[in-house]
Design a protein around this ligand. Structure first.
Ligand SMILES: [Zn+2]
Length: 354
């Protein structure tokens, strides 16, 4: 029987598992942990959307660090911030959760490879990591699928979600003694799936880790996650990469080798300054989108307060934007909804006739 209480992967067992990571911890620790720590409960993460910046904290973050980032926090605020956006209850059954862990632990062996393997890179920056990409393929399929399942904005279409669910449910091993690499797989759905891996070893240990799903692209889907940029195409098409701008870095998307179920595992290795450039591009786009949103709100406020015309004056807007970006407040409080309201009211206060 299919019901809402059933596991989203197998759909047959009760979703009894609590604390499922919708983005695997082995990737997330590079992204949202306090710089220099890869331990559990050391998260210090920010979720940036068009409207505001929200933050969350792990229970092992020291009070001194909290003070540095947020200033004073009430107990209530601490409890609020302890709910991690990527950890959820009752989505999978314990058995399926275990299947995800198995593929993650097999994939982590690639992450732990000695650096020497990446020195084996040809003139084009292509590096053969292993003779089979099966583990990687299943791992990345599971990452995109779980991320989409947990995201308000769907990343994959309903059809794509169902195709991946079928593939994962059919092939993810249930026991640790069965490695996917040793099983011959003939699967119509899977034979069409293609992906590309761009890897920048060590990026997130030097710079702040980053996770972003690029909604400008749908064929392929593009995810920036920790040290990786992954392109995934369920129907094997990468056409959009030739038509749409990827922050001026389309060359790397094109250059990365296309992988499918029977390929060798091959990565395009890029320098840190290149990934940095891509991430700066994404942040610039998010910032512009955010400021456009505030711009619209300011016009609405202007009309509500009975101002002339439909738009707030540019002069006043600029004053607010400048104050928002230059405000010397704790990092953890910057650009939150409260911060935006505070700055806007402060600037507008001088127009109030007492
Ligand atoms: Zn299940």
């Amino acid at each position: 029987m299919k019901s809402d209480k059933n596991c989203k992967l197998c759909r047959s067992k009760e979703a009894d598992k609590k604390g499922s990571h919708m983005v695997p911890f082995l990737l997330m620790k590079y992204i949202d942990n306090e710089v220099g720590s890869l331990k559990r409960d050391k998260e210090l993460g920010f979720v940036i959307s068009n409207n505001e910046t929200k933050s969350y904290i792990g229970k092992s973050i020291l009070p001194e660090k909290l003070e540095e980032v947020f200033g004073d926090l009430t107990d209530e605020e601490i409890i609020q911030k302890s709910s991690k956006p990527n950890v959820v209850d009752h989505v999978f059954c314990s058995e399926c959760e275990n299947r995800f862990s198995l593929i993650e632990s097999q994939f982590s062996q690639i992450l732990n490879k000695p650096d020497s393997i990446f020195e084996n890179t040809d003139n084009e920056g292509i590096c053969v990591v292993k003779d089979s990409c099966k583990v990687s393929l299943f791992f990345w399929l599971s990452v995109f699928w779980r991320f989409s399942l947990n995201n308000e904005k769907p990343i994959l279409t309903t059809n794509e979600m169902e195709t991946i669910r079928r593939i994962l449910d059919k092939h993810l091993p249930k026991h640790s003694d069965r490695s996917i690499e040793n099983i011959p797989i003939y699967d119509r759905d899977l034979s069409k799936v293609k992906f590309k891996v761009i890897y920048c070893p060590g990026y997130s240990t030097e710079f702040a880790g980053f996770l972003n799903m690029d909604f400008n692209f749908s064929k392929p889907k593009i995810m920036i996650i920790g040290d990786f940029i992954i392109q995934l195409s369920i129907r094997g098409k990468f056409d959009q990469v030739k038509e749409k701008d990827f922050y001026g870095f389309n060359e790397i998307l094109n250059k990365a080798p296309e992988l499918s179920i029977n390929s060798n595992e091959k990565y395009l290795i890029i320098e840190k300054k290149v990934l940095r450039g891509v991430i700066d591009g994404v942040i610039m786009r998010l910032t512009n989108a955010r400021f456009e949103k505030i711009n619209q709100s300011l016009d609405q406020i202007h009309v509500k307060l009975g101002g002339d015309g439909k738009k707030m004056s540019l002069e006043l807007k600029n004053e607010i934007f400048q104050k928002l970006s230059e405000d010397q407040i704790r990092l953890g409080k910057k650009y939150t909804k409260e911060h935006q309201v505070e700055v806007i009211s402060e600037v507008l206060k001088r127009f109030v006739v007492e």
